[in-house]
Design a protein around this ligand. Structure first.
Ligand SMILES: O=C(O)COP(=O)(O)O
Ligand SMILES: [Mg+2]
Length: 223
């Protein structure tokens, strides 16, 4: 049983299935650049390290790829403009998210925050459009601080702001960046099976618990 005083929750692949919008924008960008589209299965493997890294991977069709600087400089503004218009049109909350958030909010004194690598200009509209922005006492995006996950800084910053010790904190995420950030920050970590982890089973990274739905939080967490 986890007995946290604070829970921080990741966005893409944990709260929100954002890949349909991200794929639309990646493929539209590539069309505008006269390059081949990549499709949803590829994009699903590339989400999790922010929009710049997603664009670099899409341009090279490679998880580890880096395009030449001139191509990247042309592509990035195209992607940013497209995603600003398509932040939430095709994105939805995963089943169980609202029940999970309701449960966490019912735990006396438990603080709830959000830590994503998504850029802030997209995080706030997305969470607003999906009706959950008010659920969080703090929201930290990929460009809110000098470091993003897997660096522990966003998690430690949230803990300090909300006055909670890392050992009383749990991260809920879907990727190895969430596990690494949590471990480096001294948090416990629960992962979702359904998320994006670059095509790899998240169990390979040994989170403290792995669940199929946020409804399962009710049997894992007690106040
Ligand atoms: O890669 C992104 O833009 C965001 O990913 P995250 O919400 O899973 O941190
Ligand atoms: Mg994620």
């Amino acid at each position: 049983m986890f007995k946290p005083k604070m829970v921080l929750i990741d966005v893409d692949g944990t709260l929100v299935d954002s890949v349909p919008d991200l794929t639309f924008c990646v493929d539209e960008m590539l069309k505008q650049l006269d390059m081949p589209v990549r499709g949803e299965a590829a994009v699903r493997q590339w989400v999790g390290n922010g929009v710049q890294r997603l664009t670099e991977r899409a341009l090279t069709n490679d998880l580890d790829g880096y395009p030449d600087a001139e191509l990247f400089a042309r592509a990035m503004p195209i992607f940013m403009e497209l995603y600003a218009e398509n932040t939430s049109k095709r994105s939805r909350l995963y089943d169980g998210v609202l029940e999970g958030l309701d449960f966490l909010q019912s735990c006396p004194g438990l603080k709830i925050g959000c830590v994503t690598n998504k850029a802030e200009q997209f995080t706030l509209p997305l969470l607003t459009d999906l009706g959950i922005v008010d659920r969080f006492e703090i929201i930290i995006s990929g460009d809110s601080l000098p470091e993003k996950k897997p660096h522990p800084l966003p998690l430690l910053h949230a803990a300090e702001k909300l006055g909670v010790k890392p050992e009383d904190s749990v991260m809920i995420g879907d990727s190895k960046s969430d596990v690494k950030a949590a471990r480096a920050a001294g948090f416990q970590i629960i992962c979702m099976t359904y998320g994006y982890n670059h095509g790899e089973d998240i169990r390979n990274y040994s989170p403290d618990a792995v669940i199929d739905s946020m409804t399962e939080l009710a049997s894992l967490i007690s106040a």
